[in-house]
Write a protein that binds this ligand. Structure first.
Ligand code: NAD
Length: 259
């Protein structure tokens, strides 16, 4: 993979999967725009890459003005957007649909579904003008199956898959590709939060139970997801668009009956 001369924008780049994608893009030669509402995280990742090759941009992906601002910041800093990892997301509550809070539902949909839409809405015109670009939206296996007790998260991630397919059809004729990556449980802050919600007194037991349902019998790492994101953004994936890549240790292909 070679991203020399390319510019990558990564939302949620301050932590977890987005951070790994930022570092991966930089390792393969790209200039990187690290977008996050966590200023400290975004600045730390940009500093790790180096001032010449990365900028941090503090933005809430659910706010159109912030999205316009991170797109403009990328163009001001580096002049183009060649790769876009539309990745920021939140998990919401772990509660059955019959008990779920309306306000949390709205918040999760705002960040995960509308945030991804707004990213596409404001990055696609740049790529259309350039006549090139590749986008990877972070969905989840919750965009493929109905994970119990996560109604907002599941609805939002199914929306991400839908948005991916629509955009892929629209801009494919222009040579712009749009794919989705669907991680299973990944070792990041987010999964630790989910484990604590499921079992506040014994979060480790949740990891054991979840891992038992995965053919590879373990969580994935942020780098393992980032590797697939980089592949999908690279010319190696030149004929791949509108696809959903599961990075889940086989969880959705061959569930072991544990959820
Ligand atoms: P993480 O919490 O480590 O990182 C998420 C990042 O997104 C954080 O830096 C956070 O500040 C940022 N963010 C959240 N809301 C934002 C907003 N409104 N505006 C800007 N930035 C915002 O979690 P992660 O696991 O790296 O999650 C990244 C993506 O991967 C998410 O879309 C998540 O749904 C998805 N995912 C994660 C897992 C998992 O098990 N960790 C599984 C499937 C999908």
């Amino acid at each position: 993979m070679d991203f020399k001369g390319k510019v990558a924008v990564v939302t949620g780049g301050g932590n977890g999967i987005g951070r790994a994608a930022c570092l991966g893009f930089a390792r393969h030669g790209a200039k990187v725009v690290v977008v996050d509402r966590d200023a400290e995280g975004a600045e730390a990742v940009a500093a790790e890459i180096g001032k010449k090759d990365a900028v941090a941009c503090v933005a809430d992906v659910a706010r159109a003005a912030d999205v316009r601002a991170y797109v403009q910041a990328a163009l001001d800093a580096f002049g183009s957007i060649d790769c876009f990892h539309n990745n920021a997301g939140i998990e919401g509550r772990i509660l059955p649909t019959a008990e779920y809070d309306e306000a949390v539902f709205d918040e999760v949909m705002d960040v995960n579904a509308k945030g991804v839409f707004l990213g596409l809405r404001h990055v696609l015109p740049v790529m259309i003008r350039q006549g090139r670009g590749a986008i990877v939206n972070t969905a989840s296996i919750a965009g493929l199956v109905g994970t119990p007790a996560m109604p907002a998260y599941v609805a939002s991630k199914h929306a991400v898959i839908g948005l991916t397919k629509v955009a892929a059809g629209e801009v494919g004729p222009l040579g712009i590709r749009v794919n989705a990556v669907c991680p299973g449980p990944i070792e990041t802050r987010m999964i630790r939060g989910i484990e604590r919600q499921v079992s506040p007194n014994n979060p480790e037991s949740v990891q054991e139970r979840y891992s038992a349902g995965i053919p590879l019998r373990r969580y994935g790492t942020a780098e393992e997801v980032a590797n697939v994101v980089l592949f999908l953004c690279s010319d190696l994936a030149a004929n791949v668009t509108g696809a959903q890549y599961a990075v889940d240790g086989g969880r959705t292909a061959a569930p072991a009956g544990v959820s």
